[in-house]
Ligand binder design. Structure first.
Ligand code: ZN
Length: 343
């Protein structure tokens, strides 16, 4: 099969469009013929590598994918060949108590497609039958692939972990990344008052389109915690979505007393200095999460397929041009999800 192959860590020039044997579905697995994949920042980090990461070379990047079922592994009965499906990129063992209770993302053996195992920048991928969700006829493979990782991540963080309520205010720090755009939409759908810190007039415009009630353009007003305070009548935001990390000092200032800081990542870097006086003095909770459960995935994909959550799409590249696609993502030029067309 055709695939994007990575044989060592480094720059985007290492992404080679080449040929590799397609995977064989094992017991409980399904072989998916991919029609679309989507890019995530994770793909770039995996390509660049970090201390301790071990890849099976050649590695195939990509967490997000959608396609049709091409073959069933032994013991698979709930799916049939030809069905259109989207993949939940989080992989639990499926056997332990946490997985059986539906908490796959807390499984001790939890892995991520395209990180610890070969991913979706390919014509075929084999995944556990637990990771699939059917795509209705009216929805496109591209939309499904673009939605999967970012929406399940945003949903698990805001709904399952963050317990955001309609009476609350939610501040999203950042307006262009995939999880942030999904978080703006999910918070809006939950009925919360949504504030967004954007880095440019274009991104401020996108945030408004996605459902933000108030947008602070930090290219014009750098002191955004003060702006949040003024907009909330000096109360601060009840919930802050901060996936940057280095912005914690500002987020702590912008939070209301009793506020929750939700985080699923650290685009600004992994190590952060925390002024603990804000944590205890303002009764703040710092709530982390990664990806989501199969239940979250089903709930959020239903909202995507019914049109209540609309995926912001950027450019669509042929699989062979994955390198150009990753370069665009790395420059931060995108206004939504960058996707790959396969086959
Ligand atoms: Zn498990």
């Amino acid at each position: 099969m055709k695939a994007i192959l990575l044989s060592s860590h480094g720059g985007p020039d290492l992404l080679q469009y080449g040929e590799i044997a397609p995977p064989e579905p094992k017991a409980g697995e399904v072989l998916v013929k991919l029609h679309a994949a989507a890019l995530n920042r994770l793909d770039i980090w995996v390509r660049q590598g970090w201390p301790g990461i071990k890849l099976e070379y050649p590695h195939i990047p990509g967490a997000d994918g959608a396609g049709e079922i091409a073959a069933l592994g032994p013991g698979v009965t709930r799916w049939r060949v030809g069905q259109r499906v989207v993949i939940n990129p989080g992989i639990g063992c499926g056997r332990c108590q946490l997985c059986r209770e539906g908490h796959d993302n807390l499984c001790r053996e939890w892995r991520l497609l395209g990180e610890q195992v070969r991913g979706t920048y390919a014509e075929f991928v084999a995944v556990s039958e637990r990771q699939l969700y059917p795509i209705p006829a009216a929805a496109s493979y591209r939309t499904a692939a673009a939605a999967a990782l970012v929406y399940v991540t945003a949903w698990h963080s805001l709904v399952t972990r963050g317990n955001v309520r309609s009476s609350e205010s939610v501040l999203v720090v950042g307006a262009s990344g995939g999880v942030n755009t999904a978080s703006i939409q999910v918070a809006h759908l939950l009925g919360a008052m949504v504030y967004v810190v954007a880095s440019s007039p274009e991104k401020a415009e996108l945030a408004k389109k996605l459902g933000a009630d108030h947008v602070i353009d930090r290219s014009k007003d750098e002191n955004w915690p003060k702006a949040v305070y003024e907009l909330t009548e000096k109360r601060g935001a009840d919930v802050i979505v901060d996936n940057v990390g280095t912005t914690y000092p500002q987020s702590f200032r912008a939070a209301a007393k009793g506020g929750r800081i939700l985080t699923v990542g650290n685009t600004g870097g992994p190590k952060i200095e925390i002024d603990n006086r804000f944590i205890f003095g303002k009764h703040l909770s710092l709530i982390g999460s990664t990806m989501g459960t199969p239940y979250d995935f089903a709930a959020v994909m239903e909202l995507v397929f019914s049109g209540r959550l609309e995926v912001a799409l950027d450019r669509h590249y042929p699989l062979a041009d994955a390198r150009a696609a990753q370069e665009r993502l790395e420059k931060g030029e995108q206004m939504g999800k960058i996707t790959l067309e396969i086959g």
